[in-house]
Design a protein around this ligand. Structure first.
Ligand code: HEC
Length: 141
């Protein structure tokens, strides 16, 4: 009996290590998939775009902001916290382009009080191009 176990030991070990190996590769592959899906759905916001959003838009368009309407219509926090579905992201990015094309944001009333918050032509272009490219990337998946 004892001898039989000794003879079988290498096979048992081989079997176990095969099992462990396939298990770990499977879990690794699974993690890869999860990571890919997160990066694909996520919006990329380059530093220069973040800077403009922060300076000129974020004050009204974040979860903590006082303006109920402004944060309900466009919440910059939700671009990256997963609260906007992919469809919603596509539509919100489209709204960003629309608002900027029409020169609606920041609102004129606000700009009379804080003229330094007006977007420069370059900033507006930067935001529009960013929103368009992210929107296309999301739709193209
Ligand atoms: C002073 C506050 C304020 C600032 C600053 C501001 N917004 Fe807004 N934004 C609003 C308000 C209020 C609304 C809702 C307007 C309405 O529907 O009547 C709005 C609406 C929007 C919408 C949604 C439009 C729609 O129809 O769904 C987008 C997109 C938007 N803003 C983008 C921006 C961007 C981009 C910036 C920065 C360049 C910006 N906003 C800066 C107050 C602000």
């Amino acid at each position: 009996m004892k001898k039989r176990i000794t003879i079988l030991t290498p096979f048992i070990l081989l079997f176990l290590s095969y099992f462990m190996f396939s298990y770990t590769t499977e879990t690794l592959n699974m993690n890869d998939e999860v990571i890919n899906s997160i990066t694909l759905d996520e919006i990329e916001i380059p530093n220069d775009v973040q800077e403009v959003l922060k300076e000129k838009c974020y004050g009204c368009h974040n979860t903590e902001s006082k303006g109920v309407k402004s944060k309900k219509k466009f919440n910059i926090d939700h671009l990256t916290d997963g609260k906007y579905s992919k469809g919603k992201l596509v539509s919100k990015l489209g709204k960003v382009v629309e608002e900027l094309e029409e020169n609606n944001m920041p609102p004129e009333k606000f700009l009379t009080k804080y003229p330094d918050k007006e977007l420069t032509t370059e900033e507006s272009k930067l935001l529009m191009e960013w929103a368009k490219s992210q929107r296309e990337a999301l739709m193209g998946e």
